[in-house]
Design a protein around this ligand. Sequence first.
Ligand SMILES: *Cc1c(COP(=O)(O)O)cnc(C)c1O
Length: 425
Amino acid sequence: MTQEEFTSAAELAPEMDASEPLRHFRDRFHFPRGVDGNEAIYFVGNSLGLQPKTVRSFVEQELNDWETLGVEAHLHGKNPWLPYHEFLTAQMAEIVGAMPIETVVMNSLTVNLHLMLVSFFRPTSDAPFVMIEKGAFPSDQYAIESQMRCHGLDPSEFLIELTPREGESTLRTEDIVEKIEEYDGQIALVLLGGVNYYTGQAFEMEQIAEAGHKAGAIVGFDLAHAAGNLLLKLHDWDVDFAVWCSYKYLNAGPGGVAGAFVHERHARSFDLCRLAGWWGHDKETRFLMGPEFKPLAGAEGWQISNPPILQMAALRASLEIFHEAGMPALRAKSEKLTGYLEDLIDRIGDDRIEIITPRDPAQRGCQLSIRVRGGDRSLHERLSERGVVTDWREPDVIRVAPVPLYNSFADVLRFAEILKDCLTK
Ligand SMILES: *Cc1c(COP(=O)(O)O)cnc(C)c1O
């Protein structure tokens, strides 16, 4: 590519920002400084989302109620702590395309995955197999393998790992479906990420859920990289269960409280195996402290402990912003923003770099994973010196996630210019 082609695309950034309806949301967030001392070009919202400026007052409200009311705040606080998790349900449900009864905010992600697996991973001698993606996030791999061992199943025998075709970096939906059909009747569980953390590939969840169900399997998703990123319709897609964290795209801060989804059709499956605790008990009789566990209907019935209110307050601040912006508008901006990034990278025209994330916008979220051939960390470090915050994944991938809530087309352009510079120097 010639310099002119890069320049002509570069000129578009200001007008794209000016005509972007969500542009003002950027001002709602605190931006850290980059190594160069300027406001960072922050492209790691897929690791830790930025802090909404309203978080402090939401958390302070609960600190104040604790200070002035003590235990009474459970019932008489401005936002009573007893039902506090309920204040988050509707807005969280909106983000993942679920009904409120299908959604609960609790615990952390891997804990929720285990809770879901205890209930929904019920292998039999006829159907002992589990299907996951090769290169799944390590925590998911550890979780499922440990659960398999608890059932006496050797993962090396019963864990099927979906692998891209020779020479390809991502999975084809048709290959996933074909593999599921091949094991018809023998799969207990299909468990995939909504978006693969490494390649940025978004799986076609509706088709996968349908194929899984046809084959007699339960279908669950880890939406760590999908919640707040993709337009999700968990209920309509008929997914059995899903889990996600809130500190990545959902901006709830480090260790933020996670989410879980249980499809409505399982809402009253009270005979499912589950790990019980008092917060999942029927609200009417919870404080009678009786000996017998009576689970709540729906996702709430999987709660175990009373939740961390300060963390939930932070999440609440963020969910209000999502509610105001709306996922459809965020997704529309996201496609443009990431499309622009892709275009600029292509125009750099350096054959050492290759985008391994699918080119089809329907098969990716905002993240692009850039493979640097023969590369090592040094390119990543040079970017960092120029105030760009991205992340490096061994052996040779830089992950870049322009987030539609707070990143701009100008950020994307600045990044592309710096990348171009770093590659030529
Ligand atoms: C970020 C992430 C996790 C992290 O798990 P925690 O329980 O929140 O520490 C797990 N799985 C996937 C797919 C992730 O992207």
